[in-house]
Design a protein around this ligand. Structure first.
Ligand code: CP
Length: 316
């Protein structure tokens, strides 16, 4: 592959190759010499138009562990504030030698536009409410590491699905890898077309057996292997979408009693950042069933694998 723009770009073979490569990359972190020379002489640009802690820092760590040169660009403090366009900004960075551009942007589709303009590889690090494919890859990696497989797993993705690029990329990737996904949340926060595809609601048409929708969290919990809680993205919604923080937490928050209704082997995930006390209580977030910190650590290995396969693998 030349670009990674969507969880749907990956067939099962390519996705598994990325996860297997990430497992090899993870062994680097345990070594005395933590760097590989694989991308020496290559330049990776982190082009961030939206705030990020995990994704930006882990792409930087991943590129550095592969010995690439890294340029970090943040729209704040750049000529973007003077009105420079995305295209002109990208072409400027390309002129400075970017081999790969990792882009986060508030506009859905921005990475696809960049891929048309640039000669190098483009990696989508989150575009609006659309997709976040490396988050889905690190989530799949974490599930496989904890539970030993992906095919046949039942994954509940819970909460503000409507605004979640993480949910969209996970649905696409997990379906490709043979997992069953149930989307859970208030009807106002589940996309109508997904509910319709799953055969839920009045608009039901072509039911998709791989992705289900349920509005009742308590009904779903006893039958899942993974529960993935999503951040409530208040900054992307107006109040008509949202009940109230207390009502939301009561119906869709994962707390201690709900944690104890999960099967014993089931894990709890969250992509971060979390609203502690809203979609997840501190007791659950900090429990041994939670993989939240592991997800962050695995993100570095997965992003190393993505950069390695885009820039250093057989396609170049
Ligand atoms: N999960 C995630 O994308 O986190 P950041 O916004 O901190 O990068």
């Amino acid at each position: 592959i030349r670009h990674l723009l969507s969880g749907g770009d990956l067939d099962a073979g390519t996705a598994t190759e990325i996860l297997d490569t990430a497992a090899e990359m993870a062994t680097v972190a345990g070594r005395e010499v933590k760097k590989l020379p694989a991308l020496r002489g290559r330049t990776v640009v982190n082009l961030f138009y939206e705030d990020s802690t995990r994704t930006r820092i882990s792409f930087e760590a991943a590129a550095k562990r592969l010995s690439a040169d890294v340029i970090n660009f943040s729209a704040k403090g750049s000529s973007v504030t003077k009105g420079e366009s995305l295209k002109d900004t990208a072409l400027t960075l390309q002129a400075m030698g970017a081999d790969a551009v990792v882009v986060r942007h508030p506009a859905s589709g921005a990475p696809h536009r960049l891929a048309n303009w640039l000669d190098g590889s483009v990696v989508n690090a989150g575009d609006g409410t659309h997709e976040h494919p490396t988050q889905a890859l690190l989530d799949a990696y974490t599930m496989r590491a904890r539970l030993g497989r992906l095919a046949g797993l039942h994954v509940a993705i819970v909460g503000d699905v409507l605004h979640s690029r993480v949910a969209r990329s996970n649905v696409l990737l997990l379906s490709t890898l043979g997992a069953k996904v149930t989307l859970v949340g208030p009807p106002t926060l589940i996309p109508v077309d997904w509910a319709a595809r799953a055969g839920v609601g009045s608009a039901a048409t072509d039911a998709d057996p791989g992705t289900d929708v349920c509005y009742d969290l308590d009904a779903v919990l006893p039958g899942v292997d993974v529960v993935m809680m999503l951040r409530v993205q208040r900054e992307r919604m107006n109040d008509s979408y949202f009940p109230s923080a207390r009502e939301y937490a009561r119906r869709y928050g994962l707390d201690g009693p709900r944690l104890r209704r999960l099967p014993e082997h089931a894990i709890v995930m969250h992509p971060g950042p979390m609203n502690r006390g809203m979609e997840i209580t501190p007791e659950v977030a900090d429990s041994p069933r939670s993989t939240i910190v592991e997800q962050v650590a695995n993100g570095v290995s997965v992003r190393m694998a993505v950069l390695y396969l885009l820039l250093g693998g057989n396609n170049r």
